[in-house]
Ligand binder design. Structure first.
Ligand code: KIV
Length: 293
């Protein structure tokens, strides 16, 4: 996958598919399923690392996860998400962090969330030669300032702000923009005014592509999911049933079965037993000896 190909897909009306991945197995699944873009998202904070939000995840953690994803994907474009605190303070910090993500994880492009200084930071990263994906609407790193995990752009004023942010990100060279949790009609109206491909999550069908969080779409996460999540499998339940059966079979001595054990030549076993019988009659064991003073 290349950036010109993404633009081509948008222009041809060919839907772009993005999914998150955070480790080697999820990357292999994304590769096998034929997605176009894999995002090593900072949602890893919640769905993989168990933090309550995306804010605590560090650059070191994102790098470790990204390296694992890189080993598992070849075909899709790999997007590295810039964690909170890795780009806001200055253009120098933003470029340094983007370069670290690219150099250490092997991602081809980076993503950062809109708000505050992001347009300036995106411009600096693009100028340094690293392609940037923007992210507007519900931006979880700054969710508190947005009033919580809420749909964005519901008022004309909010929608205009969102449009202006998207336009600014496009004007500084972002190659694509994620729209998160935006009413479908607002998205449709705004994306018609943009040239770059847009990728929606909870933003309706008008974006050039869609993205979902791997653990949400497969039902690995449990509990209440956002309205926009469609579950395509119930993997948590399948995992719980599998591990539950293993626990029961170990406790009832039904596992391991003959198929799961290694065999040995009877003569070798007999010799071991002969040796152990003789040994128990002879010298004291090493572990019976007193330590030297
Ligand atoms: O971090 C993430 O997974 C994201 C997607 C929800 C777009 O930013």
């Amino acid at each position: 996958m290349t950036l010109p190909r993404l633009t081509e897909m948008k222009e041809a009306g060919e839907p772009i598919v993005m999914v998150t991945a955070y480790d080697y197995p999820s990357a292999r699944v994304a590769e096998g399923a034929g997605v176009d873009l894999v995002l090593v998202g900072d949602t890893a904070a919640m769905v993989v690392l168990g933090y309550p939000g995306t804010e605590p995840v560090s650059m070191d953690e994102m790098v470790m996860l990204g390296k694992a994803v890189r080993r598992g994907v070849k075909t899709p474009l790999m997007v590295g998400d810039m964690p909170m605190g890795s780009y806001e303070a200055s253009n120098e910090l933003a470029v340094e962090s983007a370069q670290r993500l690219v150099k250490e994880t092997g991602c081809e492009v980076v993503k950062l969330e809109a708000g505050g200084t992001s347009v300036e930071r995106a411009r600096a990263i693009v100028r340094s030669g690293i392609p940037v994906m923007g992210h507007v609407g519900l931006t979880p790193q700054t969710a508190t300032a947005l009033g919580g995990y809420k749909t964005q752009g519901k008022t004309a004023e909010g929608a205009i702000k969102l449009y202006e942010e998207a336009l600014a990100l496009q004007s500084v060279g972002c190659f694509a923009i994620v729209f998160e949790a935006v009413p479908a009609a607002i998205t449709e109206t705004i994306v018609a005014k943009l040239d770059v491909p847009t990728i929606g999550i909870g933003a309706g069908p008008a974006t050039a592509g869609q993205v979902l969080v791997f653990h949400d779409l497969l039902g690995i996460t449990t509990g209440r999911a956002p309205k926009f999540v469609k579950r395509y499998a119930e993997v948590h339940d399948a995992m719980l049933a599998g591990v539950g059966q293993y626990v029961a079979e170990v406790r009832s001595r039904h596992f391991p079965e003959p198929d799961h054990v290694y065999s040995v030549e009877p003569a070798e076993l007999a010799e071991l037993r002969r040796y152990l019988d003789q040994e128990s009659l002879s010298s004291p064991k090493a572990w019976d000896w007193e330590p030297l003073p």
